[in-house]
Design a protein around this ligand. Structure first.
Ligand SMILES: Cc1cc2nc3c(=O)[nH]c(=O)nc-3n(C[C@H](O)[C@H](O)[C@H](O)COP(=O)(O)OP(=O)(O)OC[C@H]3O[C@@H](n4cnc5c(N)ncnc54)[C@H](O)[C@@H]3O)c2cc1C
Ligand SMILES: *[C@@H]1O[C@H](CO)[C@@H](O)[C@H](O)[C@H]1NC(C)=O
Ligand SMILES: *[C@@H]1O[C@H](CO)[C@@H](O)[C@H](O)[C@H]1NC(C)=O
Ligand SMILES: *[C@@H]1O[C@H](CO)[C@@H](O)[C@H](O)[C@H]1NC(C)=O
Ligand SMILES: *[C@@H]1O[C@H](CO)[C@@H](O)[C@H](O)[C@H]1NC(C)=O
Length: 556
């Protein structure tokens, strides 16, 4: 009881305190324009700009939004490249799918009139075979011809895995249902993701590995390894032993998967346009400092920003900003923060290094690569898992015997040079692919020099080749705290949500959340607290017992 009271008090102070300050500012500030800087035009930054404009207009708050983007495009890790360097064949190089319950992205496609196509990892035509391979010679753990939409079906699997597929589907629904509460009051907006995750009973899901979580819910080991682990590997390059329960559920929540025709980045591009923000391209922010002369402790600070380009010296931007949103993983953004700017230290998070290899070839995947008998049909899409006796490992070593996470046949396309139909492939792997690997995969000799562009009479085994690597997403190890969106007064951060769930939608959700917080503070809007509210301080100081976590883990 005492604990309850204490936490309510702290929560009240945390929320109430800021509201009072904000109200005092309203009188002076609503007359002027609030200058907001957004650093990064990926899903998070674009969404922040879009919702900031919407919320500010609704609340009659004047905002002037400036977006700084290091590259000259919108979308960040959501980007396309053109097969054969031909604009008629755009292919997703980064984030490729989202689902219908992703409200922000889905609304975006409707509001911006973008057409979508059903997409599960861009699987090709209806008679394509999709297989899950554990590296064993001559056999797959799972095969289906339902390649295009839903590549596994609980109904078809009951004979093999009993009730586990149904239990898994229900578990996904339950967990996703809790997550979706984050979009609406009283759970939206949130100042602490850690506290909200606790209040929504999601910390018990993030505290466990996928393996533990599935076992706890009586999901068969074979089903988990064969099917669910194939999903965590293709989505997060991770085995079940090293990814938390929530990301495991997200990997499996692929019902109604889709992508935007021509590229998902268009959603974010439209968001930026609609926001009316000034977008500065090729503008790398190199530092954020308090503006000089405004450092009195009572008034809200203003921030000054410097940008740099490859050639020139860092340049101070003329405008000073009331709010700054950092919408990129801090550790990769190379921004120097002035003294005292970042009140809550940003923890460095290990990210997965993922190689994405796109290429076109007139050859299909070769049955011999999988040691299938001669004359058998090779699958068009291959997801992978570990064999029963393989020790799951973390990071690049976790890939195991197969050496790659997935190979997908994205589509057929006509090679503009030869006018012949070819296949366009995508490989996810922890290391760059080698000519030997590609030779085995296609069953033809791929010369070391296949990318040198020299033409010859023989059929080129690979006619277009595009390798790339990303720090794609965090290594999603179990955890119970998440970097919160508020770094200091008027300073916000979106990427903390990536250790919770790393998707375009969740980054966009954090952008929307931060936009709401800024407008709430500017307009003096206060909000009801959620049932059973806790403060982050209570959680961090151990004043709240993580009952669920302790209980669930204890059963294992
Ligand atoms: C290969 C791959 C596959 C994926 N598949 C999916 C998928 O199918 N579905 C899905 O939902 N998600 C997927 N993801 C994850 C998804 O891409 C990310 O979660 C999401 O795009 C992150 O968006 P963001 O805005 O938070 O960050 P980012 O997209 O990284 O955006 C950050 C932006 O900030 C800019 N920036 C950085 N530093 C500075 C600076 N100093 N100054 C100015 N600008 C700066 C960057 O150039 C970038 O544009 C995938 C990711 C990868 C790499
Ligand atoms: C709005 O921001 C731009 C920088 O993007 C700046 O040049 C302009 O002066 C700002 N307008 C106001 C009214 O502050
Ligand atoms: C999506 O659109 C629906 C219907 O217009 C609306 O009720 C909902 O608030 C929107 N959600 C978001 C996150 O924009
Ligand atoms: C939406 O797109 C369709 C075809 O793609 C077009 O006919 C229609 O006019 C568009 N509507 C708007 C509002 O842009
Ligand atoms: C950004 O830089 C690239 C490469 O230097 C250049 O081609 C492009 O025109 C620049 N874009 C803008 C908007 O400055």
């Amino acid at each position: 009881m005492r604990l309850q009271l204490g936490s309510t008090l702290v929560a009240w102070l945390a929320l109430g305190g800021e509201v009072v300050v904000a109200e005092a500012e309203v009188k002076t500030e609503t007359k002027g324009v609030k200058n907001v800087a957004i650093i990064g035009a990926g899903a998070a930054g674009s969404s922040a700009a879009y919702y900031l404009r919407q919320y500010a207009d609704e609340a009659d708050v004047k905002v002037n939004i400036t977006i700084f983007e290091k590259t000259d495009r919108i979308g960040g890790r959501t980007l396309t490249v053109n097969a054969y360097d031909d604009a008629r064949h755009p292919i997703e190089l980064g984030a490729s799918i989202f689902v219908a319950i992703n409200h922000i992205l889905y609304n975006g496609t409707r509001n911006f009139n973008l057409s979508t196509a059903a997409n599960y990892r861009e699987a090709g035509s209806p008679d394509d075979v999709t297989a899950i391979w554990d590296g064993s010679d001559g056999s797959f753990v799972y095969e289906t011809t339902d390649g295009t939409a839903w590549w596994w079906d609980a109904g078809k699997l009951w004979w093999r895995y009993g009730m586990s597929p149904y239990r898994a589907v229900n578990l996904v629904k339950e967990v996703v249902g809790k997550f979706l509460k984050l979009y609406e009051g009283p759970y939206f907006p949130f100042r602490s993701l850690t506290a909200r995750a606790y209040e929504l009973e999601l910390l018990g899901v993030t505290a466990l590995t996928g393996e533990q979580f599935l076992k706890l819910h009586k999901i068969d080991e074979a089903f988990s390894r064969h099917i669910i682990q194939a999903a965590t590997r293709v989505n997060y390059a991770s085995n079940l032993a090293y990814i938390h329960g929530l990301e495991t559920m997200v990997s499996f929540a692929t019902d109604g998967a889709m992508s935007v025709a021509g590229g998902n980045w268009q959603i974010f591009d439209e968001m930026v346009k609609t926001s009316g923000a000034a977008i500065l391209r090729n503008a790398t922010v190199s530092s954020i400092r308090f503006a000089k002369g405004k450092a009195s402790s009572s008034s809200a600070p203003k921030y000054e920003i410097s940008t740099s380009s490859a050639s020139a010296e860092p340049e101070l931007v003329d405008t000073t900003f009331d709010d700054v949103i950092i919408a990129s993983p801090w550790q990769f953004s190379n921004i120097e923060a002035g003294e005292g700017v970042i009140k809550h230290n940003i923890e460095e998070i290990p990210y997965t290094k993922l190689h994405v290899t796109l290429f076109a070839s007139p050859f299909k995947l070769h049955p011999g690569f999988f040691k299938l008998p001669p004359g058998s049909k090779a699958p068009s899409n291959v997801y992978t898992t570990l064999a029963k006796d393989e020790e799951p490992k973390v990071g690049a070593d976790g890939v195991g015997k197969t050496g790659f996470y997935s190979i997908s046949t994205l589509r057929t396309a006509v090679n503009p040079k030869t006018d012949k139909a070819e296949f366009v492939y995508k490989i996810f792997s922890p290391k760059p692919v080698t000519p030997e690997f590609l030779s085995d995969l296609l069953g033809v000799q791929v010369p070391d020099t296949f990318t040198d562009g020299k033409t010859s009479d023989v059929v080129e085994p690979i006619s277009w080749y595009y390798p790339h690597w990303f720090y794609s997403y965090p290594v999603e190890l179990p955890r119970v705290t998440f970097q919160d969106p508020i770094l200091g007064r008027g300073l916000y951060y979106t990427s903390g949500i990536e250790s919770f769930i790393s998707t375009m939608e969740t980054s966009a959700l954090m952008g929307m959340n931060v936009a709401r917080l800024i407008v709430d503070d500017a307009a003096g809007i206060s909000r009801e607290t959620v049932p059973g509210a806790v403060s982050e301080e209570d959680l961090l100081l151990g004043r709240v017992k993580l009952d669920i976590v302790v209980e669930e883990a204890g059963e294992l």
